[in-house]
Design a protein around this ligand. Structure first.
Ligand SMILES: C[S@@+](CC[C@H](N)C(=O)[O-])C[C@H]1O[C@@H](n2cnc3c(N)ncnc32)[C@H](O)[C@@H]1O
Length: 249
């Protein structure tokens, strides 16, 4: 008898931002698989096994979850935010593609979650009100050349850009390099938001401009939003109108 595998995201941090469908999946699991700090957000339940692993071991973690499900366990793979956004859902399908052919017949389901960019936008107004894109600045799984090319294209296309993984101890300088690329196509007055711990009780927002942005404000718990030419301030809020009115030149 085979089990099941559900891939969930716990949301940005506040328990209220975890969806009821995710809570139900977690309550029904025999085994939870995930990065330790994300598993710590899930209430302990009697009889449930936890398999915590290192942040970088994504494919190994996915294979472990698939093997458990194939052995008859009801497994939930736990990510932060949404599981499909720079997280475990893609790793699970990559493991299915490259692993045991029988895994393709498993009962696998993905539950959506509230991703950091949506929680960060809500802390500040509506900066994602127009067309936007999301780019991860982590070069663990792709080259910095690819990241530079995408930043340039997104800036030239005048997207609002949500930057995930803007900085870490191992990558302290990449955000400054990213801003240099964005400055070549976006005005210095373009709003920039550093939102730390969005969707938690510790949330903080720094609203600045592309010309003045201090990259030391970003760490691994920060989401950076760089505006489009129409993104602007009203009172203490930042928003991007859905129309093209009032572009900053
Ligand atoms: C590996 S990505 C995972 C994203 C996650 N799957 C999601 O949908 O939010 C980790 C990055 O997401 C961002 N992040 C996650 N939670 C956040 C939060 N509560 N506030 C701000 N940024 C957050 C940070 O940029 C962090 O470095």
């Amino acid at each position: 008898m085979t089990g099941s595998l559900v891939i969930v995201g716990t949301g940005p941090g506040k328990p209220e931002l975890m969806t009821p469908a995710t809570e139900a999946a977690l309550a029904g699991a025999t085994d939870l698989v995930g990065y330790g700090p994300y598993l710590d957000r899930v209430p302990l339940r009697d009889g449930q096994c936890r398999h915590a692993s290192d942040n970088r071991a994504e494919i190994d973690r996915a294979r472990q979850a698939l093997a458990l499900a194939a052995s008859g366990r009801d497994v939930v793979v736990v990510s932060g935010g949404d599981p499909g956004v720079f997280a475990m859902a893609a790793a699970v399908f990559e493991a299915v593609e490259t692993g045991d052919a029988a895994w393709q017949a498993l009962d696998i389901r993905v539950e959506p979650g509230v991703t950091a960019m949506l929680a960060a936008a809500a802390e500040t107004g509506a900066p994602l009100g127009g067309d936007f894109c999301a780019i991860s600045l982590s070069d663990n799984l792709k080259s910095w050349t690819t990241i530079e090319r995408r930043l340039k294209a997104a800036a030239e296309a005048d997207f609002v850009i949500a930057l995930y993984n803007p900085a870490s101890r191992a990558r302290p300088h990449q955000l400054a390099q990213a801003f240099d690329i964005l400055r070549s196509a976006k005005a210095g007055a373009t709003p920039v938001l550093f939102v730390r711990a969005a969707g938690t009780s510790e949330a903080t927002v720094i609203a600045t401009t592309l010309a003045a942005a201090d990259t030391s404000a970003a760490d691994m718990r920060t989401l950076v939003i760089v505006g489009a030419s129409t993104t602007r301030k009203v009172g203490r809020w930042i928003y991007t109108p859905r129309s093209e009115r009032g572009a900053v030149s």
